[in-house]
Design a protein around this ligand. Structure first.
Ligand code: RFL
Ligand code: PHB
Length: 388
C-alpha cells in the first residue's frame, strides 16, 4: 500500500489532521491500534476553545456541535467563602463550547467514513521505519497478516504512550517534564449539572471541578492522592467529599446519582523538542502533555495539526518553508499553554509539601485575581485560547 501521509493514531490530532488533508486533496491513511468503539468510549476533554470550534466549522463537521454544544461565556472560581466569575466574553469577546471529546471524535470519524477515507483499526505491533530517508514506511499486523505502507511523511498522532516519539533516537530529542504529586478522580453521572457554568474550586481539602457534558449529564473531578484506587471511592464517598469542597449554594444545588464512569488520572506537564525528525512529525499528546486544569490538551492537538497541515499543503505546492517552520511555530504556542496549565494547577490545588507560606501566597494570588480586571483578563485570554 502507498499513501502520501501515514497518520499514526485516531485521537483528535490524527482525525483532525486526516480531515484537513482530505479537504486539501492530500491522501492519508490512519493506522490505529485500538478498536473504533474503544476510541469512542474514552471519556476525556470537555471544553473547546473558539479556535477549535471554528476549525470544526471550516471542516464542515460542526453540525451536531452547533446544535448540542453548550456555549459558555464565563467560568467561576470558588475559594474562601464565595465565588468569583471570570467573564470570558466580556473580557475577551470570545467564548468556549462544552462538547465532549467523545462527540468530536464521533463527528470526525463519521465525516471520514462518509468521504471513503481509509482508517485501519486494531492494527497490532505498529512500527515506523526510515523516516530519516526520502522513503519512510509503516508496518503493522492485522488479522494475522503483516502489512506495510510506504509514504512521503509520517504524522505521529499516537498520544503520550505511542510508538512514534519512542522511535526517535534519544540524542535527537530534548524533553522537559514535571509530575505533580496528586491526581484527579473523575465521575460522570446522568444528573443535572450543579451550575450553568464550570466551577473550579480551591479548597483546603483539595481542588474540585464541576463540569458537564449536557444539561442532563455532569462531569465532576476531585483532587486525590496518587496512592488512591478507584475501588476505594464508592459513589457515596465521592459525593460526600465533593460536597465538602463546594460552597453552600453549590451544595444546595448539587444533584447526586449513580456514576456511569469513574477513573483516576495522574497530572503531568511534558514537552518534547523538536517536533520534527526528518519525515516524521509529532503532534498532540505524542509531543506534549498538560495537566487538565487549563482544559488545553485537545485544543493544543488542534493547533498543532493546523500548523502541520499548512506545512504539508505548502510542501505539495512546492514550498518547503512552512514545513520547516512547523516545530517552532507549534512549540511557541505549546509553551504558552504549558505555562497557563501549570499556573492554573498551582493556583487551585492543595500541594502536599507547600506549607503555610505557599498557602498564603495562593490566597494572595486568588485575592489579586478577584480584585484585578487585568489579572482576570490574563486568565480569560488564555482560557479561551491564544490566537494561531
Ligand atoms: P490521544 O487522544 O491519546 O490519541 C492517540 C491515539 O493513538 C493511538 N495509539 C496508537 N495507534 C497506533 N499505533 C500505536 N503504537 C499507538 N499508540 C497509541 C491511541 O489508541 C489513540 O487512539 O491523543 P491526541 O489525538 O493527541 O489527543 C489529545 C487529547 O486526547 C488530550 O490532550 C485531551 O483529552 C486532554 N484533556 C483535555 N483537553 C482539553 O482540551 N480540554 C479538556 O477539558 C480536557 N480535559 C483531558 C481532560 C484529559 C484527561 N485525561 C484523562 C488525561 C480531562 C482529563 C481527565
Ligand atoms: C471536563 O469537562 O472534562 C473538563 C473541563 C475543564 C477542565 C478539565 C476537564 O479544565
Amino acid at each position: 500500500m502507498r499513501t502520501q501521509v501515514a497518520i499514526i493514531g485516531s485521537g483528535p490530532a490524527g482525525l483532525l489532521l486526516g480531515q484537513l488533508l482530505l479537504e486539501a486533496g492530500i491522501d492519508a491513511i490512519i493506522i490505529e491500534q485500538r478498536s473504533k468503539s474503544y476510541v469512542l468510549e474514552r471519556i476525556r476533554a470537555g471544553v473547546l476553545e473558539q479556535g477549535t470550534v471554528e476549525m470544526l466549522d471550516r471542516l464542515g463537521v460542526s453540525k451536531r456541535l452547533r446544535a448540542e454544544g453548550l456555549v459558555h461565556h464565563g467560568v467561576e472560581l470558588s475559594f474562601g467563602a464565595g465565588r468569583q466569575r471570570i467573564d470570558l466574553k466580556g473580557l475577551t469577546g470570545r467564548n468556549v463550547v462544552v462538547y465532549g471529546q467523545t462527540e468530536v471524535t464521533r463527528d470526525l470519524m463519521d465525516a471520514r467514513e462518509a468521504a471513503g477515507a481509509v482508517t485501519v483499526y486494531e492494527a497490532e505491533n505498529v512500527s515506523i521505519h526510515d523516516f530519516d530517508s526520502a522513503k519512510p514506511s509503516v508496518r503493522y499486523q492485522k488479522d494475522g497478516a503483516q502489512h506495510e505502507i510506504e509514504c512521503d511523511f509520517i504524522a505521529g498522532c499516537d498520544g503520550f504512550h505511542g510508538v512514534c516519539r519512542q522511535s526517535v533516537p534519544p540524542a535527537a530529542m530534548q524533553t522537559f517534564d514535571r509530575v505533580y504529586p496528586f491526581g484527579w478522580l473523575g465521575v460522570l453521572s446522568d444528573t443535572r449539572p450543579v451550575s450553568e457554568e464550570l466551577i473550579y474550586v480551591c479548597h483546603e481539602r483539595g481542588f474540585a471541578l464541576c463540569s458537564m457534558r449536557s444539561p442532563t449529564r455532569s462531569r465532576y473531578y476531585i483532587q486525590c492522592s496518587l496512592a488512591e484506587r478507584v475501588e476505594e471511592w464508592p459513589d457515596e464517598r465521592f459525593w460526600a467529599e465533593l460536597s465538602r469542597r463546594l460552597d453552600a449554594e453549590a451544595v444546595r444545588d448539587l444533584v447526586t446519582g449513580p456514576s456511569i464512569e469513574k477513573s483516576i488520572a495522574p497530572l503531568r506537564s511534558f514537552v518534547a523538542e523538536p517536533m520534527r525528525f526528518g519525515r516524521l512529525f509529532l503532534a498532540g499528546d505524542a509531543a506534549h502533555i498538560v495537566p487538565p486544569t487549563g482544559a488545553k490538551g485537545l485544543n493544543l492537538a488542534a493547533s498543532d495539526v493546523h500548523y502541520l497541515s499548512e506545512g504539508l499543503i505548502a510542501h505539495y505546492r512546492g514550498s518547503a518553508a512552512e514545513l520547516d517552520a512547523y516545530s517552532s511555530r507549534a512549540l511557541a504556542r505549546i509553551w504558552k499553554a504549558e505555562r497557563f496549565s501549570w499556573w492554573m494547577t498551582m493556583l487551585l490545588h492543595r500541594l502536599p509539601d507547600d506549607g503555610p507560606f505557599g498557602q498564603k501566597i495562593q490566597q494572595a494570588e486568588l485575592g489579586y485575581l478577584a480584585g484585578s480586571r487585568a489579572a482576570q483578563t490574563a486568565l480569560a485570554e488564555n482560557y479561551v485560547g491564544l490566537p494561531y
